[in-house]
Design a protein around this ligand. Structure first.
Ligand SMILES: [Zn+2]
Length: 403
């Protein structure tokens, strides 16, 4: 067994220990000590970090009462080592963990919600409650939890046996525990069995900030931050809000209205743009129809230009083919491609798929479709080659449409 000084003397930061075993792992070494101040990962709480002499302890784990320390250097069995705790990391983990007690105990008192899950990572902490809490209840919970922080309640640990345990009112009744059982109480805010590390009083938690909430398995998952993490989260949010306010040349409290107004303005502009584009296409179609060449009983409206997307070519073709006797051949240079689209009115018999195949051959492109409409694209070519290929396509279509 390893003597767990982090339980019996939680404020002790160093000790001299004897190495009971040491073995190589895939990426480092693992040393087993007769006693330690380094808390191993368990119960949802992160492992402490620290040092064995000058070698870093990256992680610790417990196995059958033995605490193994993952470390960067090997140690001789029987050697004495100075064990030193990374106090900053311990302070952070203990603040998050004690904050979790306060939030869980308070949620239980206020709403009868039971904590059914806890997870701590280096950059976030979550608890899962079995009860759904709405926004107002979450605000009430955060306020009440911070009131418990402000009251600087003592955090006490007592060891009891299973008989005594039956008579102690706990937030969460622990079942199946035997031997020495640790009860942790945060004043009247919380009381439960726990093996983690805690602050000495609730005031050391500093500030509890619920950063997010989501429905989870019929209850609520809460993300929160305590102490320096909460201060950092508030600072980041303030900086973001400040940057937004500067971007909109307004005060932080008016940012929401400014964003909403920009959204409304954009919607109005999009509607106006759509209306004007419709007018532009109608005028363009009118000009193309006026200049269309005749092939028997059919007219060929040919467009060669640039900047139109395939969707815009389609809109233009719909206007051109309304009359029934027109075939539309539309070519647009768009970025690094040449786009082409063919459409026909109801009285035109020549296949647009065939027209597209002719364009594929002339422009070196790919495309296809159906008899009543087809489209394709080709890589960009020089302007004179493009105009020459377009003229050849026009000749071909005027002949083909006569048949
Ligand atoms: Zn605890």
């Amino acid at each position: 067994m390893t003597e767990k000084l982090y339980h019996n003397m939680p404020t002790v930061e160093t000790c001299i220990s004897k190495v009971l075993a040491c073995r190589k792992t895939e990426s480092a070494y693992e040393a087993l000590l007769d006693k330690t101040v380094i808390f191993p990962e368990s119960g949802g709480q992160l492992s402490d970090r620290g040092f064995l002499n000058d070698a870093a302890v990256l992680h610790a784990r417990e196995e059958n009462g033995l605490v193994w320390h993952e470390t960067t250097a090997p140690f001789e069995v029987g050697a004495e080592v100075a064990v030193r705790l990374d106090v900053e990391a311990r302070r952070d983990h203990s603040a998050q963990h004690t904050g979790e007690h306060i939030l869980s105990g308070t949620a239980n008192t206020l709403f009868g919600a039971v904590n059914v899950g806890f997870h701590m990572a280096e950059d976030y902490v979550t608890i899962d409650l079995d009860t759904y809490l709405d926004e107002a209840q979450i605000t009430e919970l955060e306020r009440a939890a911070n009131r418990a922080v402000q009251e600087n309640l003592p955090v006490t640990v007592r060891i009891v046996d299973e008989q005594a345990l039956e008579h102690i009112p706990l937030r969460k009744q622990a079942k199946g525990l035997t031997g020495e059982i640790r009860i942790v109480e945060v004043g009247a805010a919380d009381s439960c069995t726990c093996c983690g590390t805690h602050t000495a009083a609730s005031g050391e938690v500093g500030f509890i900030k619920i950063t997010a909430a989501a429905k989870y398995k019929g209850g609520t998952r809460l993300w929160f931050a305590c102490g320096m993490r909460a201060a950092e989260a508030s600072r980041r949010e303030h900086e973001l809000l400040d940057a937004l306010a500067r971007r909109f040349s307004t005060r932080p409290e008016d940012v929401f209205e400014a964003v909403k107004k920009q959204g409304d303005d954009n919607a109005a502009l999009r509607a106006e743009l759509k209306k004007r584009t419709e007018t532009l296409f109608s005028m363009q179609a009118e000009t193309l129809l006026k200049n269309a060449k005749t092939a028997g009983s059919v007219k060929l409206a040919l467009y060669t230009g640039q900047g139109f997307s395939m969707q815009e070519l389609r809109t233009l073709s719909e206007k051109l083919t309304l009359g029934g006797n027109t075939a539309a051949a539309l070519l647009s240079v768009n970025g690094e491609s040449i786009l082409y689209l063919f459409a026909r009115g109801a009285n035109v018999r020549f296949s647009m798929k065939q027209a597209c195949e002719a364009a594929n051959a002339l422009f070196g492109g790919k495309g296809g479709g159906r008899d009543d409409g087809a489209q394709g694209s080709a890589p960009l070519m020089g302007e004179s080659a493009f105009l020459q290929a377009a003229a050849q396509l026009e000749d071909y279509l005027l002949r083909a449409l006569k048949t």
